[in-house]
Design a protein around this ligand. Structure first.
Ligand code: T46
Length: 142
């Protein structure tokens, strides 16, 4: 549910040599990290995402630059602006998301609870809503 989506602050070790932040699975996150991926070189105006996950939980971090993450649990929609690398947005399973408004040079790092599996995706909003209602999966159009 959207109430479970939240911005999490991570430790920031200040140092004249530069700052250091760390994220520990099972400590700062409620899930163990099975996968890391990142999105970068995003052209101006591009949007990413547009899907939900059956099982995968994620933490999104703006490692550089900024972007917006729009989350929707089928009832409520909320937009989060990410622009600091010591904050992350926790996104539970069964949350529709899309990313937009990427600044030039921005990097989105994602820590995920599961390895990549296409079967874990709802790629259409209709399929996501049907699953929330508890309907049978929609038949694939011929
Ligand atoms: C999410 C947002 C923030 C892989 O092979 N392995 C991976 O780990 C991922 C994430 C993707 N892929 C392949 C699947 C597609 O052929 O890379 C291609 C692009 O993936 P997708 O269109 O899903 O990318 P985004 O940026 O729209 O969405 C991704 C994640 O899929 C999604 O979980 O939350 O980033």
């Amino acid at each position: 549910a959207l109430a479970d989506c939240r911005i999490i602050g991570f430790p920031k070790i200040h140092d004249p040599r530069g700052n250091l932040t760390f994220i520990e699975g099972g400590n700062h996150l409620d899930f163990d990290i099975s996968r890391v991926y990142y999105i970068y070189d995003v052209p101006g105006g591009a949007e990413r995402g547009g899907h939900a996950h059956k099982q995968t939980q994620e933490l999104l971090v703006a490692m550089s630059g900024s972007f917006d993450v729009v989350l929707n649990d089928g009832m409520v929609e909320q937009k989060f602006h990410l622009n600091r690398s010591h904050y992350g947005l926790y996104v539970p399973a069964m949350t529709w998301r899309h990313l937009e408004n990427f600044s030039s040079g921005s990097v989105c790092m994602v820590l995920a609870s599961h390895r990549y599996a296409e079967e874990d995706y709802y790629r259409t909003y209709e399929g996501f809503e049907a699953a929330l209602r508890g309907d049978e999966p929609l038949p694939v159009a011929a």
